[in-house]
Design a protein. Structure first.
Length: 223
């Protein structure tokens, strides 16, 4: 194993926002007389690309099917920002600290299913714009997770072999995508997160403060 680059997911890994996005979508739909259960929305949203979320939502609710994806994204963001303003700090500090620490010695990128502009804004929000080489959002690759397309594009742009990349993820779709890309994967399994089967990851951690390259290497060599 020769790790040369690290890839972070965004929502649920660096920022605690996926539940906010699900509630924003629930309220957005309710305001348009489209009712959807919270658990259904969690299934639709967690770990998935905005393009895939939009496709599922418009298929389920013909009343919003005439709204273009980019327009719905802007409208939904207003709902999300109102919720974020009412929430406690959404930054997952130990994950951000790990990103900054790794960036001293390795290239680090963020690959997310959120719109590119939202990913950039979130990286600025966590104070990591100087630590992240580049970000990839929903418009930058297709198909979305669980396809490996986004991770493979990130590795290609870095000039690093997929086998030498390690991905930090928090969703089944993300872990599946990382392993399909032929990359190593560490899954963040926070107690407050939506429950998912992340057993296919190479390591599961409740807090990324417990990660180090040395500890991961020891674990892999023992396996």
């Amino acid at each position: 194993m020769n790790l040369e680059a690290f890839i972070f997911d965004l929502d649920g890994t660096l920022v605690d926002t996926e539940l906010l996005w699900a509630e924003a979508m629930r309220t957005y739909l309710a305001d348009r007389r489209c009712e959807c259960r919270r658990e259904t929305l969690l299934h639709i949203i967690f770990g998935r690309s905005w393009i895939d979320i939009y496709r599922d939502i418009t298929a389920r609710f013909p009343a919003v099917a005439t709204v273009p994806a980019h327009v719905m994204a802007v409208d939904l963001r207003d709902y999300y920002l109102r919720l974020r303003e009412q929430s406690a700090n959404i930054v997952i500090h130990s994950s951000v600290e790990l990103l900054k620490r790794l960036s001293h010695d390795y290239p680090v990128i963020v690959v997310s299913g959120s719109p590119h502009a939202d990913v950039k804004e979130a990286v600025d929000l966590i104070g990591a714009s100087q630590d992240v080489r580049f970000v990839l959002g929903a418009e930058d690759y297709a198909p979305g997770k669980p396809s490996p397309a986004g991770f493979l594009l990130g590795a290609r742009q870095l000039g690093v072999a997929p086998a030498n990349c390690l991905v930090f993820e928090d969703s089944l779709a993300g872990v599946t995508a990382a392993k399909a890309a032929g990359m190593w994967c560490v899954a963040l399994t926070r107690a407050c997160a939506h429950s998912q089967d992340l057993s296919s990851a190479d390591w599961q951690l409740a807090d990324l403060a417990d990660f180090s390259v040395e500890a991961f290497s020891r674990r892999i060599h023992r396996a």
